[in-house]
Each structure stands twice: as structure tokens, then as C-alpha cells.
Design a protein around this ligand. Structure first.
Ligand SMILES: Cc1cc2nc3c(=O)[nH]c(=O)nc-3n(C[C@H](O)[C@H](O)[C@H](O)COP(=O)(O)OP(=O)(O)OC[C@H]3O[C@@H](n4cnc5c(N)ncnc54)[C@H](O)[C@@H]3O)c2cc1C
Length: 394
């Protein structure tokens, strides 16, 4: 036992509530401080939580709360840009099915579950500075207030303030070379298979599936060399972006049909696809990072939320089992770095292909050696399991 009794968690997205729940389970009193005035402010788009993420959430009893706001999409169909199926995979039957949901619903579900379990979440508390005396750490908020604890955990996302407090020279988010969009397509004759996420490659990439209310939701990207901020992307009318997407996806099956049946008013203008380059320092003194602040993969991975949940659980196990804060943070980093590096590295390679539009062209075979089967691709990621009851050793 590190002997720590009070943890301050900065950020109430995914990492924040899950870390707080896991710390509570480990007997450590935790308060979450979230900058926004409520859960899930200003979030668009959909995301998926994979079997490994659900497995981690199950440890803190949050899997059911997530199930209540999501629907299962266990399988994957991969096709070229002409509609030819390359390969398909129904998912691993012994694992929980990947679930899709609105990002905002996931945030609300996790925060709601945490509060129901007794976690305190304070909204409208933006961290601006921290003082680490060696014996304790004090968070300073924009409203002039402070809070003191034994550790301060930066669950404050890809633009983390805690990351800069740990290391003023830490890198910021990097641009993945594409702008992300999505939305519902209504009235197209595009067919989907129940429970399957379809990935259509070709000169451009598009993913799509059908939600329980019968809408086909697509997500795709527009290569762009010059980075734009999310605010700059949103200043451009959605209809203009849709026109450019229609141009790019002309002739793409089923991209052309889906985009023709998308209403610009309903489109998700998500913004630049970003990821975190390697963060050299995950902790210093009594401060540590968890989730996107330490390891945000690009959304190509479909793993950001899932590996965030894994890291939250592992951090709590380390703080539960190791004799002091430094050895706990060191063990946590050692447990997590190789895993997240494998996932973020793989996503970066796929992303490069998206930005350069060098994905699979019509007629290319799924069986060629460079193109692993979905089982090979997903097994090491989806089968990851954390044993909460196992004691962490340094
Ligand atoms: C468009 C999009 C699609 C995605 N799709 C997927 C997907 O399909 N599958 C998947 O697994 N992942 C996906 N992701 C990634 C996933 O959303 C993130 O990996 C995940 O949200 C990370 O959780 P987090 O808690 O670390 O950070 P966040 O969810 O970003 O939460 C950070 C929180 O900290 C708060 N905060 C920030 N600064 C401060 C401060 N100074 N003081 C107090 N609070 C602060 C923020 O307001 C926020 O609530 C997607 C991401 C995007 C943007």
C-alpha cells in the first residue's frame, strides 16, 4: 500500500470517472474536478468501446451503465471502394461485443455511475496550476479555489494542463493529416449487415453501420496537408465540407450514396484527427497522467476510450499495491507504455495511409501477406485482460 488516502483527479471525461471508481474500490478517497459546467459538454460524434475496454469497465461495474446507452456492433466487414468484400469477421464469441454510442452518452453514463457509487465530481473547476510540496499536492483552480491531496492525476485529455505541469517541455497533440466527419444518411439504399461495422477502402476510407433506430451512420475523412483547428473547421459551413466530401467520394461504393443522402445540418463536423506523440514523462513527484493526456491514439485505432479505461484501472492497482507513490507511478508506466505504444503506432501507420489515400484499391486481395486477417489484427488488442485481484509487483 502506498498509504495514500486522498486523490485529486483532474478531468471528468472517461479517464476521470473510471480512475475515481477504481481508486475508490482500492480504498482511496477521490474527487474529480471537471472544467466544464456539466458532463459531456460540447461533444459530437459516435464512438465504440471494444471488448478490452468493456472488460476494464466491468472491474468498476461501469459496463452495465455503458451497455444501457449503446448497441452491440461485434463484427467487421472490409471491402474495397468498389463494393467487393475483402474479408469479414464476426467478432470473438467469448468476448463482450464491441459497443457503439454517442460520445456524450458515454461521458454521461460514466459520470452518472461514478456519482451513484459515491464519487464526488465538481463541475466548473478548471485546473490552472499545482504545487507539489513533496508530502502533498495542491491543485489551483481558475475560480481561485484550491484542493489538496496525496496525488494529483491528470485525466484532462489531449490538451492536458497537468502534462505541462509535469514537464513544461512536453509535446502537444500532433495532426494526423486528415479532417474527420460523420453523420446519419437517411433514405439511401446502402445495405448493412446486422451487428457489423463496415469499412470501405479505395481512394478514400469510409466506415458505416446501422443503429437500432434504422439510421446508417458513416464516418470518413478528408485528407488535408495544412492543419486546421477544430474551431477553424467549424467556421466553414457544413454544406461546403459536404460538397468536398462528395467530390472526394464520387464513384466510391457506398461513399457516394451515403454522402448524397446526408443532410449538412445533421453532419458531425468533428475536426482535425489528432494524436499524442510519445510523451517522455508520464509522472513527476505526486502528479501523474492517465488516458489521452499520456497516450491519445488517432481515432483510426478505435481504441482511445478502451485503452483509457485500461490505464485508469492499472493506475489504481499500482497505487493500491506498491509501497510509495514513485514506485506506483513507475510500475504503472511500465505496465502501460508497451501496450499503448503498439496500439498508437499501428493507428499512426493506418492514418498515414488515409492521409496519403494509399489504402486498398479495388481488386487487391485480402489474402496478401501484408494484409492480416481481422482475427490477427484484433486478437492482441481485444483479448487484453486485467486481473484486478492480482497484486502488482515492482
Ligand atoms: C471524434 C472522436 C471520435 C473518437 N472515436 C473513438 C472510438 O470510436 N473509440 C475509442 O475508443 N475512442 C475514440 N475516440 C477517443 C476517445 O474519445 C478518447 O480517447 C477518450 O475520450 C479519452 O478520455 P480522457 O478522459 O483521457 O480524455 P477526454 O475524454 O478528453 O476528457 C478530458 C476531460 O478533462 C477536462 N479538462 C481538460 N482540461 C481541464 C482542466 N484544466 N481542468 C479540469 N478539467 C479539464 C475536459 O473538459 C474533459 O472533460 C474518439 C475521439 C474523438 C475526438
Amino acid at each position: 500500500m502506498t498509504g495514500i488516502k486522498r486523490a485529486l483527479v483532474i478531468g471528468g471525461g472517461i479517464a476521470g470517472p473510471v480512475t475515481a471508481l477504481a481508486l475508490r474500490k482500492a480504498g482511496i478517497e477521490t474527487t474529480v474536478y471537471e472544467a466544464h459546467p456539466s458532463a459531456a459538454d460540447g461533444l459530437g460524434a459516435m464512438l465504440t468501446v471494444a471488448p478490452n475496454g468493456l472488460d476494464a469497465l466491468r472491474i468498476v461495474g461501469a459496463d452495465q451503465a455503458v451497455a444501457a446507452v449503446s448497441h452491440p456492433v461485434p463484427g467487421v466487414v472490409m471491402a474495397d471502394g468498389a463494393g467487393n468484400v475483402l474479408t469479414e469477421f464476426a467478432g470473438f464469441p467469448e468476448l463482450p461485443a464491441t459497443r457503439a454510442m454517442a460520445r456524450a452518452d458515454l461521458f454521461r453514463a460514466l459520470a452518472g455511475h461514478a456519482v451513484a457509487e459515491g464519487v464526488r465530481i465538481e463541475y466548473g473547476r478548471r485546473l490552472v496550476a499545482a504545487t507539489d510540496t513533496g508530502d502533498e499536492v495542491t491543485a489551483h483552480f481558475a475560480d481561485g479555489g484550491t484542493a489538496t491531496g496525496d496525488v494529483l492525476i491528470g485525466a484532462d485529455g489531449i490538451r492536458s494542463t497537468v502534462r505541462s505541469l509535469i514537464d513544461p517541455g512536453a509535446p502537444g497533440p500532433a495532426y494526423g493529416g486528415v479532417l474527420s466527419f460523420g453523420g446519419p444518411a437517411v433514405g439511401s439504399d446502402v445495405q448493412t449487415r446486422p451487428g457489423m461495422m463496415h469499412f470501405a477502402f479505395g481512394k478514400a476510407f469510409l466506415g458505416y453501420w446501422t443503429t437500432p433506430d434504422g439510421r446508417v451512420i458513416w464516418f470518413g475523412s478528408l485528407p488535408r496537408q495544412e492543419p486546421m483547428s477544430a474551431a477553424e473547421v467549424r467556421e466553414v459551413p457544413a454544406a461546403d465540407w459536404l460538397a468536398r466530401l462528395r467530390e472526394l467520394y464520387a464513384g466510391h461504393v457506398p461513399g457516394q450514396a451515403l454522402l448524397e443522402h446526408t443532410d449538412p445540418g445533421e453532419m458531425y463536423v468533428v475536426g482535425p484527427m489528432e494524436y499524442m506523440p510519445d510523451v517522455p514523462h508520464w509522472h513527476r513527484g505526486r502528479m501523474v497522467l492517465v488516458g489521452d493526456s499520456a497516450h491519445a491514439p488517432s481515432s483510426t485505432s478505435g481504441q482511445g476510450a478502451s485503452i483509457t479505461a485500461e490505464s485508469a484501472i492499472e493506475l489504481a492497482r499500482c497505487l493500491r499495491d506498491l509501497p510509495d507513490v514513485t514506485s506506483a507511478f513507475t510500475a504503472y508506466e511500465g505496465l502501460r507504455r508497451p501496450r499503448v505504444a503498439a496500439i498508437t503506432g499501428d493507428a499512426a501507420a493506418k492514418n498515414k495511409a488515409k492521409a496519403g489515400r494509399t489504402e486498398i484499391e479495388p481488386g487487391q486481395s485480402a489474402g496478401r501477406p501484408a494484409f492480416p486477417t481481422p482475427e490477427q489484427m484484433f486478437a492482441p488488442v481485444h483479448r487484453h485482460h486485467i486481473d484486478w485481484d492480482q497484486t502488482v509487483v515492482p
